[in-house]
Design a protein around this ligand. Structure first.
Ligand SMILES: *Cc1c(COP(=O)(O)O)cnc(C)c1O
Length: 380
């Protein structure tokens, strides 16, 4: 089955009880047992729920994996990954990681004596330097937020495989439509389903996908034991969202490209960060591992004034000022005062999050309206 068919059909079957084409919302915590241990595959909804199961199978299929597991949020999914480790184990991760991932690593799991190294993953040598006998996991994210750095997943996986280290990739920004880390050698793919997979800014959810039997067993054990699962209503909404993932992503990419070129040619815009631009430092890697470049764009303003950035984000009308991303509607954000405010200014600036950096989640509205909106907002 091709991707555009999988999003609609994979894992989803007409309801056996009623013939309903759409997977029903099985809003139930428990299931009848005809006699002890005799049931239809479901005993208790923390362990398994038919609506969630349909979504988990669908997610596994669209990522090209065997097993899917859904959680109450993206961070709950990451939490489950790190719970596979034990005290003394070490993790190597990227230095421009999603802020929430950085927070769970450093404020939750360091307490349990798991050690995290944050390195610049644009050069695999930086990873190699940190590897020792305790290294159990490499955790990457690409494209990164908000600098849209592109990390070469295959070269990391090649390095890790020779040393028997697990590789996990946060594939939230790319989605399975643009990039499939499992096919590049990763062991685990993670999603903040909240973003593009849900696609309509109405659900918070996370997911993990793997093809490895042993890893899957561990993930399901943790999913059931720690219990950070998502509910059937949310599973239904995401199943519905995923049916149009391919169409939405296609339009996000088209609109993203037009907005990136518009910004690149605008006199008050300094640098545009979008992996589809030839000027992007890792454009070649993006071309080799991604099918398209998505709708996430960051840019800076000439002169790098905080005040100018504040004016721009307050002047847009269609681009709504908000955190989050990946919905059908366009959003605008100011990383240095919003998502990345907790990082000290000097460190922030070193990684490129300067005062005038603005991040766009380009939606799927009419491109003329989007460009007019930005054009107006940039008249400052
Ligand atoms: C939003 C996000 C997360 C966290 O997901 P939640 O669903 O908000 O818990 C993790 N990684 C990336 C790249 C994200 O954008």
């Amino acid at each position: 089955m091709k991707f555009n068919t999988k999003v609609i059909h994979a894992g989803v079957h007409p309801d056996t009880a009623t013939g309903a084409i759409m997977t029903p919302i099985y809003q139930t915590s428990t299931y009848v047992q005809e006699e002890i241990g005799v049931h239809k595959g479901f005993e208790y909804s923390r362990t398994g729920n038919p609506t969630r199961a349909a979504l988990e199978n669908n997610l596994a299929a669209i990522e090209g994996g065997k097993y899917g597991a859904c959680f109450g949020s993206g961070l709950a999914a990451i939490d489950a990954v790190i719970k596979m480790l034990k005290p003394g184990d070490e993790v190597i991760s990227t230095n421009d990681l999603y802020g929430g991932s950085y927070r769970i690593f450093t404020t939750i799991f360091e307490k349990y004596s798991i050690k995290f190294h944050f390195v610049n993953m644009l050069d695999v040598k930086n990873i190699e330097e940190k590897i020792n006998n305790n290294t159990k996991l490499i955790w990457a994210e690409t494209p990164t937020n908000p600098m849209m750095n592109i990390i070469d997943v295959k070269s990391i996986c090649d390095l890790a495989r020779s040393k028997d280290i697990m590789v996990g990739v946060d594939n939230t920004f790319a989605t399975p439509y643009l990039q499939n880390p499992l096919s590049l050698g990763a062991d685990i793919v993670m999603h903040s389903v909240t973003k593009y997979l849900g696609g309509h800014s109405d659900v918070v959810m996370g997911a993990l996908v793997t093809s490895d039997d042993k890893i899957a067993e561990e993930i399901y054990r943790i999913q059931n034991s720690s219990g950070a699962v998502c509910g059937p209503m949310d599973s239904f909404l995401v199943l519905r969202g995923i049916k149009t993932l391919h169409l939405r992503m296609q339009r996000h990419c088209e609109n993203g490209e037009k907005v990136a070129h518009f910004l690149e040619n605008h006199p008050i815009v300094d640098t545009v960060y979008w992996p589809g631009l030839k000027s992007h430092p890792n454009h070649d890697v993006a071309v080799s591992q991604m099918k398209g470049f998505g709708g996430m764009i960051s840019f800076t303003l000439v002169g790098d004034k905080l005040e100018s950035a504040k004016k721009v984000v307050s002047k847009t009308e269609l681009f709504t000022l908000a955190e989050s991303l990946g919905g059908v509607e366009s959003l605008i954000g100011h990383p240095s005062t919003m998502t990345h405010a907790s990082i000290p200014r000097e460190e922030r600036i070193k990684s490129g999050v300067v005062d005038s950096l603005i991040r766009l989640s380009v939606g799927i509205e009419d491109i003329t309206d989007l460009i007019n909106d930005l054009d107006n907002a940039l008249k400052i």
